[in-house]
Design a protein around this ligand. Structure first.
Ligand code: FAD
Length: 554
C-alpha cells in the first residue's frame, strides 16, 4: 500500500486531518483483513422510491470500451435524489471497515471501466431522467436538468423554446453527469469553453450522503471540484445549463489543405477572429481513397468539375470543418460565409458545402452510429488516445509527425502501419481549443479556461486537443485489432512522457496512484484534499482507481 505523501498530510484544517485519519484507518483495516463481508440485504432494507436490482445486473459491468468487467453487487435505479442520498449515507455509515463503493453510471460510454464498481453499488443515473426538465427563458436563459439526462433530450426540449445549450460534445447520447465529470468538448469550445464552463449551478450528493447545492458563489469549492472531477467528489443529481437562442439552420463546410502550416494558421486565425464561424474543428485524413466522392452524399462541391479531378489517394490532407449558424430569413448568409472563406488558403477545388437544420448537424454522429450498429460495429468504434497538446509542442512535433511522417526518428512511437495504412474510419482530430495570449498588451483571447475546476489541462495558455481515434475490428489480431491499437496508444503515451511534451490526457485512465499524481502534477495535493473533504472514505467513483477504499493499490 502506498500511503499519501507527507505533503498530502499538511494540515490545513482539522476537518482535513480527521478525514484523513478515517481514510487511513479504512486502508489499515483492509490490510489486516478485518473487513466484514458486504451484505446486499442491508441495502434491501433501505426505503427508496426506486428499487435495487441484485440479479441480472451484468450490464452494469460493461461499458463502451468492452474491456473491463467489474460486477457490482447491486444496481440502484433511483427515482429521487433522496434515493441516492439514502444509499450513499448508508454506505458511509458502514464506516471504513466496509469495502462497499458506489459508482454513478451515466450512459456507460466510458472506455475503461470508469463507471463500474467491483462488488459495489452502481447507480443507474438514467432512472433519474423522470425529473422534469425546466427551461427558463429571458435574457439569461437556462435549463435545469437531471444529472442522468442525455444531451440529445436537452436539445429537443430546449429547442421547443427556440433555445439550445452553447457548448456540445460531438456525440449527444451521453449524460450530463458523465460529460461534466470530464469536460465536454466539441468545436464550439473555442468560443464558449467546454461544457463545464457553461454550468451555473449543481445539486450534488457527496460521499457522506449529504445533498448540497453549489455554484461559483455558493459552496464554490464543491462546485469547482465536481466539474471535471471524474465523479470523485459527489454525484451530480441536477445541473443548471446555460442556454442561448438556437439557430434554425447551419451552413456546414469542409475544406482541405495539403500543407499543415497553412491549415494550422487558418485554424488559429479563425478561432481568434471576432467575426468567425460558430463551430471549428480540424482533422487529418491519410490515404483516404475517393474521399471527396464520399463527401458528396452529404455535401455539394462548389466546383464539381475541379472537385472530381482532385486526387486524395495516398496523401496526407488536413480538413477544416466549419459551420455558420443562420436564421432562415437571413438573405446575407451566403455573402457572410463567402467573406469568411475568402480569408482562408485552402485548396480551392476542395470547398464542400451543405445546409442542414441545426439539430441534424449537432446530432450528426448518431447517423454514423445507426450505420455502424447495423453492421454490429458501433461498440468497437473508438479506442483512441486524446490529449491536450501545448501549442508550441503541437506545432513543432505534430507538424513533423504529420508532414514528414515516417522520416523523423523522434516521432517513431507515433508511427505505425496503422496510421500509414488507415482503415476507413481511422482519423486524427485536432482542433485549437483556446487562445489566450497577450500581444503587446492586447489580449486577443477567446476563452479563459477556469482553472479552479478539477479538469487537468497543459500549463500553457494555448493548446490543441489532439485525438487519435481508431476503430477496432472485433477479433482482429492485425493493425486494426484492439490489442494493436492499445499498444499504439501506450507507445504514444510513453513517448509523450519521455519527451516531456507537457501533454495531458483527456478522459484519463491510469492504474496506479503514482501515475495519477503525475497527471495532476502540482494540483494533486488540492485534488486529494478535496477528496478528503467530500468523500473521505473514498466511496465514490472507484472505477478510476485513484483512491482505493479499503483496498491496496496494485
Ligand atoms: P459514464 O461512462 O457512464 O460515466 C463516466 C464517469 O462519470 C464515471 O466515472 C462515472 O462514475 C461518472 N459519472 C457519471 N454520471 C455521473 C454523475 N451524475 N455524477 C457524477 N459522476 C458521474 N467526450 C467529449 O468531451 N466530446 C466528445 O465529442 C465525445 N464524443 C464521444 C463519442 C463517443 C462515441 C464516446 C463513446 C465517448 C465520447 N466522449 C466525448 C467521451 C464522453 O464524454 C465520456 O466518455 C463520458 O464520460 C461519457 O458519458 P456517460 O454518460 O456515458 O458517462
Amino acid at each position: 500500500m502506498r500511503y499519501p505523501p507527507i505533503s498530502f498530510l499538511r494540515p490545513s484544517s482539522i476537518r482535513f486531518i480527521a478525514s484523513f485519519v478515517i481514510l487511513f484507518l479504512g486502508c489499515l483495516t483492509a490490510n489486516i483483513s478485518l473487513c466484514l463481508p458486504i451484505i446486499p440485504s442491508s441495502l434491501e432494507t433501505l426505503s427508496v422510491d426506486g428499487h435495487f436490482s441484485f440479479h441480472g445486473i451484468e450490464h452494469a459491468a460493461r461499458d463502451f470500451g468492452n474491456r473491463y468487467q467489474f460486477l457490482p453487487q447491486a444496481v440502484l435505479h433511483p427515482k429521487s435524489v433522496s434515493d441516492i442520498a439514502t444509499t450513499i449515507k448508508h454506505v458511509w455509515q458502514m464506516g471504513p471497515g466496509s469495502e462497499l463503493t458506489v459508482a454513478a453510471r451515466g450512459h456507460g460510454h466510458s472506455l475503461q471501466g470508469q463507471a463500474q464498481a467491483h462488488q459495489g453499488v452502481v447507480i443507474n443515473m438514467e432512472s433519474l431522467q423522470g425529473t422534469e426538465m425546466q427551461v427558463y427563458t429571458g435574457n439569461f436563459p437556462y435549463v435545469d436538468v437531471s444529472g442522468g439526462e442525455l444531451w440529445i433530450n436537452i436539445l429537443h426540449e430546449s429547442l421547443k423554446y427556440g433555445l439550445a445549450p452553447k457548448s456540445w460534445t460531438d456525440y449527444l447520447h451521453l449524460t450530463v453527469g458523465g460529460t461534466l465529470s470530464n469536460a465536454g468538448i466539441s468545436g464550439q469550445a473555442f468560443r464558449h469553453g467546454p461544457q463545464i464552463s457553461n454550468v451555473h449551478w449543481l445539486e450534488v450528493v457527496t460521499g457522506k450522503g449529504e445533498v448540497i447545492n453549489c455554484s461559483k458563489n455558493q459552496n464554490g469549492d464543491l462546485f469547482h471540484s465536481v466539474l471535471g472531477g471524474l465523479g470523485q467528489f459527489g454525484i451530480i443529481t441536477r445541473a443548471r445549463i446555460s442556454l442561448e437562442p438556437a439557430p434554425k439552420m447551419v451552413k456546414w463546410i469542409r475544406v482541405l489543405y495539403s500543407d499543415f502550416s497553412t491549415f494550422a494558421r487558418d485554424q488559429e486565425y479563425l478561432i481568434s477572429a471576432e467575426n468567425t464561424f460558430d463551430y471549428i474543428e480540424g482533422f487529418v485524413i491519410i490515404n483516404r481513397t475517393g474521399l471527396l466522392n464520399n463527401w458528396r452524399s452529404s455535401f455539394n462541391p462548389q466546383d464539381p468539375v475541379q472537385a472530381s479531378q482532385f486526387e486524395s489517394d495516398g496523401k496526407i490532407l488536413f480538413c477544416l470543418e466549419l459551420t455558420k449558424n443562420f436564421k432562415v430569413d437571413n438573405t446575407n448568409i451566403n455573402q457572410e460565409v463567402e467573406s469568411l472563406l475568402s480569408q482562408l488558403s485552402y485548396i480551392p477545388s476542395t470547398l464542400f458545402l451543405s445546409e442542414v437544420p441545426y439539430i441534424d448537424f449537432l446530432d450528426r454522429v448518431h447517423v454514423s452510429e445507426v450505420k455502424l450498429r447495423s453492421k454490429g460495429l458501433w461498440r468497437f468504434h473508438t479506442h483512441g488516445s486524446i490529449f491536450w497538446f501545448p501549442k508550441a509542442r503541437y506545432t513543432i512535433l505534430l507538424k513533423k509527425f504529420l508532414e514528414k511522417f515516417l522520416k523523423t526518428p523522434a516521432m517513431a512511437p507515433f508511427l505505425s502501419t496503422q496510421l500509414t495504412n488507415q482503415s476507413k474510419s481511422d482519423k486524427l482530430i485536432s482542433f485549437s481549443l483556446k487562445i489566450l495570449r497577450e500581444v503587446d498588451s492586447l489580449i486577443y483571447s477567446i476563452f479563459r479556461w477556469d482553472n479552479r475546476t478539477s479538469a487537468v489541462i497543459p500549463e500553457e495558455d494555448i493548446f490543441y486537443l489532439v485525438a487519435f481515434l481508431s476503430s477496432a475490428v472485433p477479433s482482429s489480431t492485425g493493425t486494426d485489432g484492439l490489442e494493436y491499437i492499445l499498444s499504439r496508444n501506450k507507445r504514444i503515451l510513453d513517448f509523450c512522457k519521455t519527451a516531456r511534451l507537457g501533454v495531458k490526457q483527456y478522459l484519463p485512465h491510469y492504474t496506479t496512484q503514482e501515475e495519477w499524481r503525475t497527471h495532476f502534477g502540482p494540483r494533486w495535493e488540492a485534488f486529494a484534499q478535496r477528496k478528503s473533504a467530500y468523500d473521505p472514505l473514498a466511496i465514490l467513483a472507484p472505477g478510476h482507481r485513484i483512491f482505493r477504499k479499503a483496498t491496496p493499490f496494485l
